[in-house]
Design a binder for this molecule. Sequence first.
Ligand code: HEM
Length: 370
Amino acid sequence: MDMICKQEEIRVLVRALASAKTKVNLGQLLNVCTVNALGQVMMGKRVFGDGSGGADPEADEFKSMVVELMQLAGVFNIGDFIPALEWLDLQGVQAKMKKLHNRFDRFLSAILEEHKTKARQSNGQVKHKDFLSTLISLENVDGAEGGKLSNTEIKALLLNMFTAGTDTSSSTVEWAMAELIRHPNIMAQVRQELDSVVGRDRLVSDLDLPNLTYFQAVIKETFRLHPSTPLSLPRMASDSCDINGYHIPKGATLLVNVWAISRDPNEWNNPLEFRPERFLPGGERPNADVRGNDFEVIPFGAGRRICAGMSLGLRMVQLLTATLAHAFEWELADGLMPEKMDMEEAYGLTLQRAAPLMVHPRPRLSKHAY
Ligand code: HEM
């Protein structure tokens, strides 16, 4: 199911790019694509209109809500560290969160109501094809702990999935494309591999991914340098313990700095350089994987609370990046030279580019491939 949704949404994006007459904001289009792909899996429908992302105020609204959430969640909130000051909400973070919560609630309530109305109209004949229908069907069923699933819980689950699963994936692809555009020799090797495995008469499919060895290393290198959740998600110490001479008291909030670990010069040679070869035979970490077992590179976290959508997120990032590298030549907008590209990061819970990637895509495959 998710494989079909992904490919369908990626094709919509590819067609929009192939017919673009002016420069495009790649991150924005990628976000629309990931939100719609997830929308299909979770609710059996796109979130945004035709999916092309062209001048869609709803798409802008959703992206801005997610970015604001990530920024607010990433703020160093004084009240979190000095509980006596919490009620003062000195930086206005709580007030902004409440306002944002109301915006999200309106958005999700509309989606939930629409799904329920459809279910009523079809007299319960709707097959439980998507995540939301399944949740709605469980509304009247007692859970393992006796409680029933409420509307609020359903909306919270949707919010969790959309906020955790869309920006993370789309911004990783945006970083990957920026690195490829900045390193024409790496882009050339990626394309050589894609052209020999896929050819020039069709788009990349999920089934091609295991055969793209060099490309897989490019994706790992992107996750190493640009982990989309740089401080992972906060954990709480369940017991007091000592680590490397530091005392961690029970109940302390802990943040794992995934970003710093994967740039640590004690672990990586020339850590700031984008060098996919380090993950290939003969490189420094030929067998390292990003799925939580090699602690030098843990973009999805690790352990019991590792990312719940890792498999979907990883494949989405791989398929999107491979498709964009394979199907288009990329030129930076406004005559910007690749070596002058701004690679600054913006502050927040997720790692956004400070300057959006503005590009001109030029199709490079046979016409019928689009
Ligand atoms: C490139 C894509 C993604 C990245 C880099 C990413 C990264 C992360 C990270 C670092 C965490 C915290 C893990 C920890 O505390 O150890 C997390 C948690 C989570 N992610 Fe992802 N994620 C991605 C895509 C997705 C997708 C597509 C979904 C769902 C559709 C998703 C759903 C979740 C959920 C529900 C959690 C919370 C899990 C829990 O606390 O039990 N993520 N993700």
